[in-house]
Ligand binder design. Structure first.
Ligand code: NZQ
Ligand code: ZN
Length: 391
């Protein structure tokens, strides 16, 4: 077990009427002029955005709006927001949406007080010393950004999708009303289910033992495996939507990583897929995980066997047989919820050789870094996994 520091300061307000608390919470956390940041049309169409504007107006809180965040959010949009915040004296950012909107908000919140280029943080050239306060009104359980310290931004030139992790930019509060997720298309719901499970699996596949953390991870994975398919059948079931929504935050607020060392190779490799093809992050993860697992399982067969038995109810006694059965069950699970289990299933064709080489180069930063911890993956390993996923 490794030493750890656990910090999850976000105030979660969960429930069908949680939006009522937005004005008082903004004031409590020091907001006097707010930028409401959002994505495409979904929040407007559902009535959420008009409702929030009305609540802020009624409470006498001045605000501006900035929409147009796209999935796999762009640095250019965040920079537009940084300029706007500076010009208008914004002191609080309210993200209304999912991981993309929250991450764009974090990038803006980091950029406003910083004199240099906000990309410096994502490029590993600087660490932030200040961040505007921000909060989230979550509309899709998936990325877990509402409670995480991370944000993932794509630089428009070169399609570089890089992340920055910093406790400074954790949301002050997160409003979670499961009813707001009823409008999610089945595909987005399934992407969310996949991402939630992956955030736990990335941490679970570690060579460190940590009984409490492992027990929490297994419980969370079993619950999402059960409730995920049920919510796809019953998209307007409050109880089921609630379970998935809370699982999304618990899976990525670091609770399931205490005392272990996460892997994150599948995430890093996926970021190249979503950067190159613009695919949804969760779908990209599903396309890669089984191929990553097949490639690295020899490093810790007992861990894969335990995962297969305790999460996927595999009964094989031999570890290798159990591990293989577990991977095959995950593949079937992905397909059963409408997720791809390979790159061709993800993008509708095989990736070209050039594309595979480009992704492997970008992921390993031209061979200068390794990815993952369960097995440290050099450039050649990453290329082999992309190639295996391309069959
Ligand atoms: O733009 P709108 O119109 O709002 O539509 C969105 C978007 O098209 C739609 N949507 C959201 N809520 C909806 C809805 N449609 C109907 N009803 C609703 N209630 O869903 C689409 C996807 O939204 P997005 O925010 O992109 O999804 P997600 O939450 O999966 O975020 C993905 C981004 O988060 C990053 C990913 O890489 C990707 O860029 N991640 C961020 C992490 C973090 N900050 O900690 C960790 C993750 O591993 C992940 O990498
Ligand atoms: Zn993820």
């Amino acid at each position: 077990m490794k030493d750890f520091s656990f910090y999850a300061p976000t105030q979660v307000v969960f429930g069908a009427k949680s939006e009522e608390k937005i004005p008082q919470l903004i004031k409590r956390y020091g907001g006097t002029k707010v930028l409401i940041h959002y994505g495409g049309k979904s929040a407007e169409k559902s009535g959420l955005l008009p409702e929030i504007k009305q609540r802020l107006t009624d409470a006498g809180i001045p605000f501006l709006t900035l929409g147009g965040v796209v999935p796999n959010p762009r640095l250019s949009k965040a920079k537009e927001g940084i300029e706007l915040c500076r010009k208008e004296g914004i002191d609080f950012i309210l993200a209304v949406g999912g991981g993309s909107v929250i991450d764009s908000s974090k990038c803006m919140a980091l950029g406003v007080p910083y004199e240099g280029d906000v990309w410096d943080f994502y490029a590993g050239k600087a660490q932030a010393s200040a961040c505007l306060p921000l909060a989230a009104v979550l509309t899709i359980p998936a990325a877990g950004s509402e409670m995480s310290g991370g944000s993932v931004i794509t630089k428009d030139e070169g399609e570089l999708k890089w992340s920055y992790d910093d406790n400074l930019c954790r949301c002050k509060f997160a409003i979670m009303n499961p009813i707001r997720t009823y409008t999610l298309p089945a595909y987005q719901t399934a992407c969310g289910i996949t991402d939630i499970m992956m955030h736990t699996m990335e941490r679970y596949f570690s060579h460190e033992e940590m009984g409490i953390t492992d027990a929490l991870s297994i419980a969370l994975l079993r619950a999402v495996r059960q409730y995920g398919p049920q919510v796809l059948e019953n998209p307007e079931d409050y109880y089921l939507r609630s379970q998935i929504m809370w699982a999304g935050s618990l899976a990525h607020n670091d609770l399931t990583g205490c005392g272990t060392i996460g892997d994150w190779a599948t995430h890093n490799m996926e970021h190249e897929l979503s950067a190159l093809y613009g695919v949804a992050h969760g779908a990209g993860l599903a396309a890669l995980w089984c191929h990553w697992a097949g490639y690295v399982m020899d490093e810790g067969m007992a861990r894969f066997a335990r995962f297969a038995r305790e999460v996927l109810d595999v009964t094989e006694e031999d570890d290798t047989a159990a591990a293989n059965k577990g991977i095959s069950r995950m593949r079937n699970f992905y397909r059963s919820i409408g997720m791809p289990a390979s790159i061709p299933e993800l993008i509708g064709r095989k990736a070209t050789k050039e594309e595979l080489l480009l992704m492997a180069e970008k992921c390993s930063r031209n061979g200068s870094i390794t990815n993952g911890n369960f097995k440290k993956l050099a450039y050649e390993d990453v290329l082999k996994i992309y190639t295996a996923a391309n069959k």
